[in-house]
Design a protein around this ligand. Structure first.
Ligand SMILES: [Zn+2]
Length: 75
């Protein structure tokens, strides 16, 4: 699924590809690391079950709920 959003570091428009197999579907919102190619910073995006972004945080946030957190580079 091709997603559009903004990077919380540089506030520029980013796009990335994500599928359900990229996240831990045992609970939501599911974290994924998004590496912005514009500013080279990595943020944590939290995805819901429809792969919509629920919220996002600066930096790499660990989760107590899962160890499966993938890093996705922006396109
Ligand atoms: Zn950025």
């Amino acid at each position: 699924m091709h997603k559009f959003n903004t990077c919380p570091y540089c506030n520029q428009k980013i796009s990335f590809k994500i599928e359900l197999e990229d996240i831990d579907t045992n609970y939501y919102p599911a974290p994924v690391y998004i590496s912005c190619k514009l500013c080279n910073q990595t943020s944590t995006f939290y995805m819901d079950s429809r792969l919509q972004v629920s919220y996002k945080e600066l930096g790499i946030k660990k989760s107590k709920m899962t160890t499966k957190i993938k890093t996705i580079k922006t396109l």
